[in-house]
Design a protein around this ligand. Sequence first.
Ligand SMILES: O=C(CO)COP(=O)(O)O
Length: 251
Amino acid sequence: MTRQFFVGGNFKLNPTSREAKRELVNILNKATLNPQTEVVIAPPALYLIPVLELLRKDIKVAAQNSHTKNSGAFTGEISPVQLVDAGIPYVILGHSERRTLFGETSVIVAQKTRAALDAGLRVILCVGETLAEREAGSTQKVVEEQLRAVVTLLSPGDWSRIVIAYEPVWAIGTGKVATAAQAQEVHADTRKYLTSAVSPEVAESTRIIYGGSVTAANSKELATQPDVDGFLVGGASLKPEFVDIINATAV
Ligand SMILES: O=C(CO)COP(=O)(O)O
């Protein structure tokens, strides 16, 4: 089975003007992109609908977060059914910034994932260890614990709408990218975990992408790894080099 290469751009809380947002979209609209690669960009919530309207239709749009509930007294939240209603197909959940800065536990991330799938969204599910956890030798334990909470709330059929993003916290926004070997090791172990926790078919078909200081310069080597099925790009998704990352697998 071949897994379609997937490149996501997580704009985080950037840019800060409608004009700058339009420029980012224009770069992508003008670019020659590898048609074999699935491309998804995640602008801030306020820009989701304008980006959807401006952006070429072969690039998809993702929200950066969604709530566990679809409506009600939840000030400041965005609901999965609202995203679907707005024509947004994807949501990023469990990003380390949500976990560490906004107190999202693995259980909350799992509940959000369940709610997003129930509404009809696809989910880019982020997992990853801190530097201290890596140095303590507990990388795989941490990644599996984060995934286990989700596994318990999903049925095997749900996994066709999940992309796992392995994002080691120590590599996010630090310029310290995981080596191709480090990424491959965690991706392969994660696939092994899915084999036993869900099924061999789900393990084989689920895309596991890497995130953390991905650049045009390091993306090509990372992309050669058999279990690296794409990238989730932060800082570099705000620059023209994002196009080169999208095309990292082009020969
Ligand atoms: O968090 C990330 C993507 O979700 C990665 O961010 P950077 O590419 O800026 O390290």
